[in-house]
Design a protein around this ligand. Structure first.
Ligand code: GLN
Length: 453
């Protein structure tokens, strides 16, 4: 891995973190100890919903202020055993719910390319830390796009593995059937090296699976059929269209076959996601009851203590999701909402499985546009629409990666590649090919530097 070196990283943190607010906790340089191994010298930023023993684990929430993780997540154990060092805990939307990192209880994260803009979310701190060279690679979590969308807004790579490839043990659950730990990097090969160490079955997580091969097999476009989605093409914004068209031209010129695909259910993905994700969140977050963990607003008895604590320490977006999730699971509405969403999810899965009988990869935009200004944040529901391109990979479990693809209005534009289940190696090979053959280095600086913009 191309590491920057601890000195440069800590100099970057000292210079930029106060302004960007990417890290909520920084491990003192003297306390970091990388070991020997394939990731020796690699400095990792970790989203603050992934447990690192002895460090805080706030999940961006007041509820967990002061809470210290008692054990390591499996991914952290594996990375540190391979010689990597954790340099800090990254800011995030509260409990990973959001698209702009403006729902963190600890302040906004700023986009290193333009401080007026959002870095995206919910893993905005991890994305900003990688883009501003405050770490070599960072971990985030991706339930509906929270790694790929911020990566796209910050001009870096953001990868969500096939569901189960990285153990979720030690990741604070948001929506367990959608959650995957994901990786931010300035180069696709860095992701590959990290995955070779971190992926694979873990007896602490029954949904974990055997690691697929991540070894570089090389990528020859002339052997590839690449799907493009007709419904998306009709609605593409002027911000992403040129990069998307150029990418298709490049792949075609290299011999790839472009295959138009129809995804008639594309406009159901947000509703299906919001029902499934909020239902699972309402159940997962019931553990924050004012009795366990830290914050407690003392009331008279269990019910009142719980109500007081939850009322006081959860932020408005988290409350909204818990209420919605509880409602869709209620006896009167379960069939019309939760069950229906689960059925449509199966239809979407079948549709994407059918795609991968016709093509090896699907190319789409990663986001509808470039990072928006924090002062111009869309309203709650418009913000939910942000995830239209990224959600299918979570609903189906398929691996997907956001790749930088140029700029619009001097801000990065990202595209997304999706592959069939466990074809993560192919996905990273394709991203590496695009990095060499498509990325226009004149228009986008790989890993932008806060002080040079
Ligand atoms: N933006 C999405 C949401 O708010 C995705 C969150 C995520 O992937 N953690 O739910």
């Amino acid at each position: 891995m191309e590491t920057l070196g601890k000195k440069e990283i800590y100099a970057g943190i000292a210079a930029h973190n106060t302004a960007l607010n990417a890290y909520l906790q920084v491990v003192p340089e003297t306390a970091t100890q990388g070991g020997a191994g394939p990731l020796s010298g690699v400095c990792v930023g970790v989203k603050d919903n992934i447990a690192v023993a002895g460090l805080q684990l706030t999940c961006g929430s007041k509820f967990l202020e002061g809470y210290i993780a008692p054990y390591n997540a499996t991914v952290i154990d594996r990375l540190t055993a391979a010689g990597a060092t954790v340099v800090g805990k990254c800011n995030m939307d509260e409990f990973a719910m959001g698209s702009a990192t403006t729902y963190s209880a600890y302040g906004d994260v700023l986009n290193p390319w333009d401080e007026e803009r959002t870095p995206g979310g919910s893993s905005g701190g991890s994305a900003a830390a990688v883009a501003a060279k405050m770490c070599d690679v960072a971990l985030g979590s991706d339930t509906g796009g929270s790694v790929r969308q911020p990566a796209s807004y910050c001009g870096i790579y953001g990868y969500k593995p096939t569901y189960g490839t990285l153990s979720r043990y030690g990741l604070t659950a948001f929506a367990s059937s959608l959650d995957q730990i994901g990786v931010f990097a300035r180069r696709p090969d860095d992701i590959r090296e990290l995955m070779q160490v971190a992926a694979g079955r873990d007896h602490h997580d029954a949904t974990s699976i055997e690691a697929p091969s991540f070894g570089a097999k090389g990528f020859s476009p002339s052997e590839m059929r690449i799907g493009v989605i007709t419904e998306y093409e009709k609605n593409m914004s002027a911000a992403v269209r040129p990069a998307y068209d150029r990418c298709i031209e490049k792949l075609k010129a290299a011999g790839a076959t472009i295959v138009p695909l129809s995804f008639p259910e594309y406009d159901t993905v947000i509703s299906v996601y919001q029902v499934v994700a909020t239902a699972e969140a309402s159940s997962n977050l019931s553990r924050f009851d004012g009795i366990r963990y830290t914050a407690r607003a003392e009331g008279c008895g269990f019910r009142e203590t719980t109500a007081q604590s939850r009322g006081r320490w959860f932020g408005p977006e988290v409350k909204r999701r818990i209420l919605l999730g509880t409602w869709v699971l209620s006896r009167a509405y379960y069939d019309s909402y939760y069950l229906r969403a689960a059925k449509v999810r199966t239809v979407i899965l079948k549709r994407w499985q059918e795609f991968f009988r016709q093509v090896e990869l699907v190319l789409t935009p990663a986001t509808a546009g470039i990072a928006f200004k924090r002062a111009e944040q869309p309203d709650t529901f418009a913000l939910y629409l942000e995830d239209i391109f990224t959600i299918p990979a979570n609903l189906t479990g398929m691996p997907a990666i956001a790749v930088p693809a140029g700029t619009h209005d001097r801000m990065p534009v990202g595209l997304q590649l999706t592959a069939d289940l466990s074809k993560d190696g192919l996905l990273l090979d394709a991203a590496a090919w695009l990095e060499k053959n498509f990325m226009d280095f004149a228009t986008i600086e790989r890993g932008c530097r806060h002080d040079t913009i």
